[in-house]
Design a protein around this ligand. Structure first.
Ligand SMILES: [Fe+2]
Length: 198
């Protein structure tokens, strides 16, 4: 098994001015690529360990690496997919509106909580909306890439609030990045499809 870096579904400058071309290029080509490489390195070490080539491998550390890098890879893959160039008008999607109303009471409540969660992430992490096993939606933080995941819960929306995602564009003003990202870049059609498929 080997992970591969997916292509972005749009050009590097497609999300500007909310996310600059420079940030997108570094984020995808360097950071995301590093998580893919790290996941593959951990898998290779485990394979060698099984073959007897690395008998003293620190399994605990290697599996921690694997968790970090695979989760980083999968969250970035989701992150690219649920964004779209700014300026597209939202056409209401009934299934999405129903799901949001059922779980949060309405769009505004959901938006307020998601933005609040994203701004409250301590250090490096993500704000994530999950489709739960009982077909509801839940907003969570993920620390780093891999801490707080809920088994059986399916991420349908994810916002990267690691500094690498916004520092060159917004410096320490994560709040403005989060506000603009939420109102300008989310591809709700993609999110609705993921909720339905979950
Ligand atoms: Fe990232």
């Amino acid at each position: 098994m080997k992970y591969e870096l997916p292509q972005l579904p749009y050009a590097y400058d497609a999300l500007a001015p909310i996310i600059s071309k420079e940030v997108m290029a570094l984020h995808h080509d360097k950071h995301h690529a590093a998580y893919v490489a790290g996941a593959n390195t951990a898998l290779e070490k485990l394979e060698k360990n099984r073959a007897g080539e690395l008998p003293d491998l620190d399994l605990k550390a290697t599996l921690r690496d694997l968790s970090f890098h695979v989760s980083g890879h999968l969250l970035h893959e989701l992150f690219w997919q649920i964004m779209q160039p700014p300026g597209k008008e939202y056409t209401p999607i009934q299934s999405l509106e129903d799901a949001v109303t059922k779980s949060f009471g309405g769009y505004e409540q959901m938006q307020k909580q998601f933005i609040g969660v994203a701004k409250a992430v301590e250090g490096s992490g993500w704000a994530v909306m999950y489709a739960t096993p009982t077909k509801e939606l839940l907003i969570m933080t993920i620390e780093k890439h891999n801490l707080n995941h809920l088994p059986g819960y399916h991420p349908v929306l994810a916002l990267d609030v690691w500094e690498h995602a916004y520092y060159l564009d917004y410096k320490n003003d994560r709040g403005t990045y989060v506000d603009k990202w939420f109102t300008e870049l989310i591809n709700w059609e993609e999110v609705a499809e993921r909720i339905e498929a979950a």
